[in-house]
Write a protein that binds this ligand. Structure first.
Ligand code: UT7
Length: 339
C-alpha cells in the first residue's frame, strides 16, 4: 500500500493535532413530517423523496444555542477524560448565536466554568465546524494552546420561517463538540482545505438584523429575520464544491477515496449525499448518514455525525475519516483525519 502523506507532520516546528474526545446533544422534542403536514402545504412523501428527512429535533423555547453547546461540550470533555479548567480556548461555530453579542463561545465558557479559556465564535454557516476545526488546530499545532474545545451548535428553529414550505421542512436543532490536543505519536488532522465565494451570498441568507438592514417593525413585517434559500442553485453548488474540496484534501494526502473508512458529509439532503458519494466513488458502507433523523443542523451537522460514527464503532483508532462541508457564504471545506 502506498504511504500516506502527512502534510502537517512534515513541518518539524509544528505539533500534530488529534481529536481526543467527541460529544453531541440533540433536544428531546421530535418534529415529524406528519406534524409539518399540518403546518404548511407539504407531505411526508415529498419531504422524504426530495430530502431523505423523516424527522428533526426542535429545542424548547428556553433552550438556546449555548445550552445545546454546553451539553455537547460536557460529553466531549468526558470522552476526552478532561475537565473544563483544562480548556485553553473555546471556538464555537454557529449562525444562530444566543444574541448578536457577546459571543456564544463566551456564554459556553461561563456555563462550563472554563475559567482559563479564551473564547470566540466563527461564522461560516453549515461549513462552520470544519472552519473552526481548522482555525483551532493551528493554536495547538503552534504550541500556543494545549487543549481547544471546538463546537458546532445551532437553534435553526429560531431562524426558520415556519410559513415557508421551501425551507421549514429542512432544518433541525442540535450541537456537536470535539476536543483538540496533541497526542504523541499520532498524526491526527492530516489536512484541511477551505474555500468561499461571496459572489453567491444571496443564494442562502438571513438578511435582517445586521448593519445592512437593522431591525425595524417593517423588516419584521417583511419576514427579513428568517433564512431564505434558492434551493436548486444551492444544491448544484453544494455538490460541486463538496466534491472538489474532498478531492483536493485527498490529493494533498496522496490517497484515493478507497483509503477512507468513513466519509462524513454535511447532512443537508440525502440526494446531495448520494451525488457527492457517487462522484467521489465512495460506497454506501463508507458514507455516514443521519439526515433522516435530524435534518440539516447547519454548523452542528458534521460534529453530531462524527460523534455518532465514533459511538457506533464506524471509526476505530488509526482509521482515516473525511469530513466535507458546504454552506452559506458560500463556504465549503474538507478535512482528512487519522483517528
Ligand atoms: O446547508 C446548506 C446547504 N443547503 C442545501 O444544500 C439545500 C440544497 N437544496 C435542496 O436540498 C433542494 O433544492 C430542496 C430540498 C430545497 C428542494 O428540492 P428540489 O428538488 O430542488 O425542489 P424544487 O425547489 O425544484 O421544488 C419543486 C416543487 C416546487 O413546486 P413547482 O414550482 O414545481 O410547482 C416547490 O414549490 O416542489 C415544491 N415544494 C414543495 N412541495 C411540497 C417546495 N417545498 C415543498 C414542500 N412540500 N416542503
Amino acid at each position: 500500500m502506498a504511504p500516506i502523506r502527512h502534510p502537517r507532520s512534515s513541518r518539524p516546528h509544528l505539533r500534530t493535532v488529534s481529536i481526543t474526545g467527541v460529544g453531541s446533544y440533540v433536544p428531546a422534542r421530535i418534529l415529524t413530517n406528519a406534524e409539518l403536514e399540518k403546518m404548511v402545504e407539504t407531505s411526508d412523501e415529498w419531504i422524504r423523496s426530495r430530502t431523505g428527512i423523516r424527522e428533526r429535533r426542535i429545542a424548547a423555547p428556553h433552550e438556546t444555542a449555548s445550552d445545546l453547546a454546553y451539553e455537547a461540550a460536557q460529553r466531549a470533555l468526558a470522552s476526552a477524560g478532561i475537565t473544563a479548567d483544562q480548556i485553553d480556548l473555546i471556538v464555537v461555530a454557529t449562525i444562530t448565536p444566543d444574541m448578536q453579542f457577546p459571543s456564544t463561545a463566551c456564554l459556553v465558557q461561563h456555563k462550563l466554568g472554563a475559567t482559563r479559556a479564551a473564547a470566540f465564535d466563527v461564522g461560516a454557516a453549515c461549513s462552520g465546524f470544519v472552519y473552526a476545526l481548522d482555525i483551532a488546530s493551528h493554536f495547538v499545532a503552534s504550541h500556543t494552546y494545549d487543549t481547544v474545545l471546538v463546537i458546532g451548535t445551532e437553534k435553526m428553529s429560531s431562524v426558520v420561517d415556519w410559513t415557508d414550505r421551501n425551507t421549514c421542512v429542512l432544518f433541525g436543532d442540535g450541537a456537536g463538540a470535539a476536543v483538540l490536543q496533541n497526542r504523541p505519536n499520532a498524526h491526527g488532522l492530516l489536512t484541511t482545505c477551505l474555500g468561499s465565494d461571496g459572489a453567491k451570498a444571496s443564494l442562502l441568507e438571513l438578511p435582517g438584523g445586521g448593519s445592512a438592514c437593522p431591525a425595524t417593525a417593517d423588516t419584521v413585517a417583511q419576514r427579513l429575520h428568517f433564512l431564505r434559500m434558492d434551493g436548486k442553485e444551492t444544491f448544484k453548488n453544494a455538490v460541486n464544491a463538496m466534491v472538489s474540496a474532498a478531492n483536493e484534501a485527498l490529493s494533498r494526502c496522496e490517497i484515493g477515496i478507497e483509503r477512507i473508512k468513513c466519509v462524513i458529509p454535511h447532512q443537508a439532503n440525502q440526494r446531495i449525499l448520494n451525488a457527492v458519494a457517487e462522484r467521489l466513488g465512495a460506497s454506501d458502507d463508507q458514507l455516514f448518514v443521519n439526515v433522516d433523523r435530524y435534518g440539516n443542523t447547519s454548523a452542528a451537522s458534521v460534529a453530531i455525525a462524527l460523534d455518532e460514527a465514533v459511538r457506533e464503532g464506524r471509526i476505530q483508532r488509526g482509521d482515516l475519516v473525511l469530513l466535507v462541508v458546504f454552506g452559506a457564504g458560500l463556504t465549503w471545506g474538507a478535512a482528512v483525519i487519522e483517528w
